[in-house]
Design a protein around this ligand. Sequence first.
Ligand SMILES: [Zn+2]
Length: 303
Amino acid sequence: MTVLATGLSWVDLLFLGRPHAVATAVVRAPGTMALIDPGPTSCLNSLDLGLQQQGLRLSEVTHILLTHIHLDHAGATGTIVRRYPHVQVLVHERGAPHMADPEKLMASAARLYGDQMDRLWGEFAAVPVQNLTVLAGGERIDAGGRSFEVAYTPGHASHHVSYYDRSSGIAFVGDTAGVCIDGGYVLPPTPPPDIDVEAWTASAARIEAWSPQTLFLTHFGPVQGAVPHLRALVENLETTAGIVRTRLAEPGTDEEKSRRFAEDLQRELRRRMTDAQCAAYMVAAPPELLWPGLARYWRKKPG
Ligand SMILES: [Zn+2]
């Protein structure tokens, strides 16, 4: 069930003990194994166990392909490299400096997550510069026995890339194609500080231009029907951005507006999904983190 194609599978990291919240993709061939977004260090044991259940070992990893450096995607990278110093890490040029020196990234995450940092994410160890392969987008890279096209796909994060394996028709899109758990609502995760609605819309079009058969989302897993999915993402991004814009123009404190936005969003999710699905979304993309990203986007926007 967790197999995508020959040598292509994924592991459910059971983030905070919940299934279907965070996934790592695994790409392998004899002598080479790549992880796409290894997840946070708090899930490293589940990753290790999940690999073992597929007859694989963490020590076999040769490449880590990062879509972006958010903690739920990239947190365990430095810890894995410390254990296995031969591992090469691929990351966009705007993310690379933070992998080598995560201090600023961690300070900015601490402003969002406060005293929950350790429980949620665990350690974020630096990656030595010699382990980093820096991407700009437009490259072709070989890892795990497959050849990937790399596209720069900002909007969710200014340093986000996506990877396309044309031979399987699978695009590994990180958070650029949003959160979609068990066929539910396609929710654009909009945490601060980089949200850019126009850039994100262009990135969705760039992914669509690959004509992938399958999108692989970190939150959560493979989705068939890339075109309707990407169109729903763009529509829902416009909807949530519109709600934030409306709420921002109303009187009241930022906290009150943020609360109203969370209520709006939860109403929208409940209208479309079961309670169990809604609960999974609250873990993968808590509304209190979605508001500040879009509020910042509107405040920065000229005019
Ligand atoms: Zn992210």
